[in-house]
Ligand binder design. Structure first.
Ligand code: G6P
Length: 385
């Protein structure tokens, strides 16, 4: 498939800018616009059309993925546990295939993959399918794929897929496919929450309303931050060798993803850490030469992340904060640089918080003159073990 850059310098940048459209398409595909909590509907707001067999009597969900898809899966776990109340595990497919977990009944297994071709993810799903094949019904495999490639190998292997609607991605560092995978987890978690009655209808509606604002909010983030982040990026292109990203709760995976983006394309070593764990190791690395990026979205762990960031500041680290525009002034007291996104509920904040981090990684790599779309040693689709 020939995809053009349409005036963007790199595919990655084009794909970052495609994210509002990708989210819009997914919202149109998977939410029923006629669903309103006050009508007390007996049908789900979500139109994934998954077969009841995948859902029935679920007691456990296990997610298998690699790379950026593994990060999306960690957000998925948070949503499935906190919204739908289903215990959920996330494993690296490359680990699971050689050490599968003990078999639990009524388990939904989800493979998440942008390419639909990752060898480890396919092997992990095959392992699951084979070892459960001749067991009693409740132990049998129920396999769901989350991918933007409905024609891929994974789609042939699983019972059903959710097409994330992201389309094909060219840049090796995943951006729009990540955001689309995370969206799929909102759909899945809300559908399960409705069916299992784990959330009041009003709360479901509130989350759906919030998700509908995301496309415009990503656009606003891109408009308001792009130039600032490009400027800021210049400061890290010469001497910076290490970065630390910290986050907590639903935004801990965003710290991991921010660090991965930077490593992949700028070749700067970066670590993502749960902010509260910094004192158990990474804090020893800190000095003036190691910038710390803190994802400090308003919500349940905001104060905690700020105080973790202040611990880093006490070690003279340069501090970059990602927060909501509303908190920017207050955050400026702690952070040397503040990257902002529009005001958003904590539960859906990861989809916005990741955008400035994508831009930061992109601009650092682009200024360094690196091959952003085809970084050394990496491939878009890893079909070998
Ligand atoms: C490769 C890509 C990453 C991707 C990972 C998993 O390493 O470069 O961007 O996250 O594979 O790929 P998948 O296609 O399974 O999501």
């Amino acid at each position: 498939v020939q995809v053009e850059k349409q005036g963007f310098r790199h595919y990655m940048l084009k794909e970052i800018y495609e994210q509002p459209g990708v989210v819009r398409t997914a919202l149109e595909a998977y939410f029923n616009p006629n669903w309103h909590a006050q009508d007390n509907p007996d049908f789900s707001p979500v139109t994934l059309s998954l077969s009841p067999r995948l859902y029935e009597d679920l007691e456990h969900i296990q997610i298998l993925a690699c790379g950026t898809s593994w990060h999306a899966s960690l957000i998925g776990k948070y949503l499935l546990e906190q919204l739908a109340g289903i215990p959920t595990t996330v494993d690296y497919a490359s680990e699971f295939r050689y050490a599968p977990k003990p078999i639990i009944g009524n388990t939904l297994t989800i493979g998440v993959t942008q390419s639909g071709e990752t060898a480890d993810t396919i092997a992990a799903l095959e392992t699951e399918k084979e070892r459960r094949a001749n067991l009693e019904p409740k132990l049998q495999a129920r396999l769901l794929g989350i991918t933007n490639r409905p024609e891929s190998t994974i789609a042939q292997l699983v019972d059903q897929i959710i097409n994330t609607q992201a389309g094909i991605e060219i840049g090796v560092a995943a951006t729009k496919t990540f955001v689309a995978q995370v969206m799929s987890f909102y759909f899945l978690a809300l559908d399960l929450a409705f069916r299992r009655k784990t959330l009041p209808l009003e709360q479901i509606e509130q989350i759906i309303t919030g998700l509908h604002q995301i496309p415009t909010q990503i656009e606003k983030t891109l408009e308001s931050q792009a130039n600032y982040i490009e400027e800021l990026a210049h400061e890290f292109t010469k001497e910076t060798e290490d970065f630390i990203f910290i986050g907590r709760g639903i935004n801990f995976p965003i710290a991991l993803e921010g660090a991965l983006k930077l490593k992949e394309i700028s070749y700067i070593h970066a670590e993502g850490y749960p902010a509260g764990e910094m004192k158990h190791g990474p804090i020893a690395l800190l000095d003036t030469k190691v910038p710390v990026v803190a994802i400090a979205m308003p919500g349940s762990v905001y104060d905690k992340v700020l105080s973790n960031a202040q611990e880093a500041k006490a070690r003279d680290a340069r501090l970059i904060g990602v927060t909501s525009a509303m908190n920017a002034q207050e955050a400026a007291a702690t952070f040397d640089d503040v990257l902002t996104v529009p005001e958003v509920e904590e539960l859906i904040s990861p989809i916005l918080a990741v955008v400035p981090l994508q831009l930061l990684a992109y601009h650092i790599a682009a200024i360094k003159g690196l091959d952003v779309d085809q970084p050394r040693n990496l491939a878009k689709s890893v079909t070998v073990e």
